[in-house]
Design a protein around this ligand. Structure first.
Ligand SMILES: NC(=O)c1ccc[n+]([C@@H]2O[C@H](COP(=O)([O-])OP(=O)(O)OC[C@H]3O[C@@H](n4cnc5c(N)ncnc54)[C@H](OP(=O)(O)O)[C@@H]3O)[C@@H](O)[C@H]2O)c1
Length: 244
């Protein structure tokens, strides 16, 4: 079902994106790996090739609109089309609002929302022309539930969830472009490394529980993209068993 498909994964250099690339690599397909850390992408690309798939490394900052659109043009020139976009790059430097970490607020909006939109712009014309494609947006449990300290991250992820449902309504019935949103609870990845608010970090450490693993979300993405043509998995909400 996935053989020879061209699949773009943003945020492929670690965590959920990397785990998804590893899972997909055994299916003899063509993977585009996007993120900023080129050496990690190269290592992953070698692993992908050793598992029987092709890999194209695209090191870029997803907030750079021109770089993103140029990259998608390059992918179309190289491989002709994009069948599936896994719109996964994101960051989570959460903080209490009164800390006024405005640069971090802007960064979350730029990566989690604007970067994700640039990638949609990169694939939409081709998918529309072919009347075929699948866009999987990675939102979060924070796109459904709010927590103190998470306000701006919540705003970006509520945005991704709302956008995804509107996309599904606009793009799926009339253009046959499937749209899925995946909403994980806490996953053990590098995502927390960007948090600089020590007070919030301390508060978060008071509520320990066993998180999901990146593979758990890779499995959810795999489910969404391997359904029959008439099935559009609109939403997958996955929580750690121990998280409220
Ligand atoms: N971990 C969780 O608890 C959790 C829960 C719900 C949702 N999510 C969502 O899952 C997605 C993946 O996160 P993760 O948990 O796998 O965290 P992660 O390991 O930190 O991965 C984030 C990825 O995004 C990329 N990225 C960040 N800024 C970028 C930029 N400016 N340009 C290009 N790529 C950029 C990073 O690559 P480079 O640094 O190499 O650029 C990295 O590959 C995010 O959208 C996150 O919000 C995570």
């Amino acid at each position: 079902m996935l053989k020879n498909k061209v699949i773009v994964i943003t945020g492929a250099s670690s965590g959920i994106g990397e785990a998804t690339a590893r899972l997909l690599a055994t299916h003899q397909l063509r993977l585009v790996l996007m993120a900023r850390r080129e050496s990690r992408l190269n290592t992953l690309a070698n692993e992908v090739r050793s598992k029987g798939s092709e890999a194209l490394v695209m090191p870029l900052d997803i907030t750079n609109r021109k770089a993103v659109l140029d990259a998608f043009e390059h992918i179309h020139t190289t491989w002709g089309q994009v069948d599936i976009l896994i719109n996964n790059a994101g960051l989570m430097p959460v903080s209490y609002l009164d800390k006024l970490k405005i640069v971090e607020w802007e960064r979350m909006i730029d990566v989690n929302l604007k970067g994700l939109l640039y990638c949609i712009a990169g694939v939409l014309p081709g998918m529309k022309a072919r009347k075929s494609g699948h866009i999987v947006n990675i939102s979060s449990a924070a796109g459904k539930k709010v927590w103190p300290g998470f306000a701006v991250y919540n705003a970006t992820k509520f945005g991704v969830t709302a956008l995804s449902e509107a996309m599904r309504m606009e793009l799926t019935p009339s253009l046959n472009i499937k749209v899925s949103v995946v909403e994980p609870g806490a996953v053990a990845t590098e995502l927390r490394n960007t948090i600089t608010d020590q007070e919030l970090l301390q508060d978060m450490s008071k509520r320990p529980f066993t998180p999901l693993q990146a593979d758990d979300i890779a499995n959810a993405i795999f489910y969404a993209i391997t359904q029959p043509d008439h099935v559009n998995v609109a939403e997958i909400f996955v929580m750690p068993a121990a998280q409220r």
